[in-house]
Design a protein around this ligand. Structure first.
Ligand code: SF4
Length: 398
């Protein structure tokens, strides 16, 4: 296949995955979370027209945004269903005890002993329920089940770092407003919408000198937060292109990376030897001596081959300048992580649809071992590993 045929194949693949995301994904309802019960109707739909209603000192939009930030930070690890359950159970339990961490974040610290006890207790009960199932699915040992980020056993570090740091952002914003004799019912919302684009916002959520979460949040989680805010719950106020469906990069995690590698998308963007040079592919460093794919290392890497195609760069230019707002002039080379935005330009899909589709395929079919469920996989006709190169499954792990 020549380069033009490969880019067309990649576009069809990205559209097929996005369609699956659009058709198969339901918005996770938060109505089972105690603080948000009244934000949703009986069918579990968010009452969007009531987002400006005041709940305590803040709007509902603000309270939800605070929750989504914590949720994006925590939403990683080997068992996402377990992580989401942990978040829900701990939040409900704390609110039952009047520790209203999204309404008054400082209470998480004031009652740190209770916060920690709740995390420990809920983690133990989720482990009891899910460890065996998780171990079977992942060909692992149930004793290894651990939802604390970085798989540590130290609850204090996990609680303060992964829960506490994102809770401190609205707290600090509120303090700074007071110090400057200003008032707002949406300090976090105003802060995140003050950036040029949701891409810039997702970077600043991590890197800002005063309010950035630093290492408590990864690049993927920053983009996931943008996805939650713009695509999943659609609670943002800004409606311009820079806060629209193509305004942030795909949250690149191991799940997305595995599907994009096996299907051949990543190999359409650059050569295997490039990925080895960038340490995206680390030879022999995966489980059982397989080659390990570290997708986070793709960040900032450019595709020489695709950059030579005028039609690709013609689409990439507005993506950079109008949507992501990361450039003011036409770039000379395309970043691999921004190729999905470029291929989705002028289609009815956005990055959120694509990510939902990747989650669907990665968790239901494309398991991280030698036997993914290719026969049932809805994108098998597009998949390089399934059709031609079984080695992409057998020899690599994410
Ligand atoms: S066909 Fe198989 S290898 Fe390809 S994406 Fe589907 S499950 Fe993964």
């Amino acid at each position: 296949m020549n380069i033009k045929e490969r880019i067309e194949r990649s576009k069809q693949l990205i559209l097929a995955i996005s369609k699956i995301g659009r058709d198969k994904t339901t918005i996770p309802s938060l109505k089972d979370l105690f603080p948000f019960k009244h934000y949703f109707d009986n069918k579990g739909n968010l009452k969007r027209d009531e987002l400006n209603e005041i709940d305590g000192l803040w709007t509902r939009r603000e309270i939800l945004t605070r929750y989504l930030l914590v949720s994006a930070v925590l939403d990683q690890g080997p068992d996402l269903e377990g992580v989401r359950r942990l978040l829900k159970d701990v939040v409900n339990s704390l609110y039952e005890k009047e520790i209203r961490i999204f309404h008054k974040p400082i209470d998480f610290f004031k009652e740190l002993g209770i916060s920690i006890d709740e995390i420990l207790e809920k983690h133990a009960s989720i482990k009891n329920i899910r460890a065996d199932y998780w171990a079977k699915e992942n060909e692992s040992n149930p004793n290894k089940y651990n939802l604390f980020t970085d798989r540590t056993n130290q609850v204090l570090g996990y609680a303060v770092y992964r829960w506490g740091v994102p809770l401190c952002v609205p707290h600090l914003l509120e303090k700074d407003l007071k110090r400057n004799c200003k008032e707002s019912t949406e300090p976090l919302v105003e802060y995140i919408e003050s950036w040029d684009s949701s891409e810039t916002m997702s970077q600043q959520i991590k890197d800002n000198e005063r309010y950035g979460l630093g290492k408590a949040i990864g690049d993927k989680a920053g983009h996931l937060f943008a996805k939650f805010y713009i695509h999943t719950y659609r609670i943002g106020k800004r409606k311009d292109e820079a806060f629209g469906p193509l305004s942030y990069e795909l949250p690149f995690d191991s799940n997305a990376g595995r599907v994009l590698f096996r299907t051949g998308f990543l190999l359409d963007c650059a050569k295997l030897s490039d990925y080895e040079k960038w340490e995206v592919v680390q030879k022999g460093k995966g489980k059982g001596g397989k080659h390990y794919i570290r997708v986070t290392n793709i960040r900032g890497k450019k595709s020489d081959e695709l950059s030579s195609l005028k039609e690709v760069m013609d689409s990439y230019e507005p993506i950079c300048i109008k949507y992501l707002k990361v450039r003011i002039r036409r770039p000379s080379k395309i970043e691999i992580q921004q190729i999905p935005n470029t291929l989705l330009l002028d289609t009815k899909y956005g990055i959120g649809d694509l990510d939902d589709g990747l989650i669907n395929i990665g968790t239901k079919y494309c398991f991280n071992h030698n036997n993914p469920n290719c026969k049932e996989c809805p994108i098998k006709e597009f998949c390089l590993a399934y059709k031609k190169q079984k080695g992409l499954i057998k020899n690599y792990r994410t």
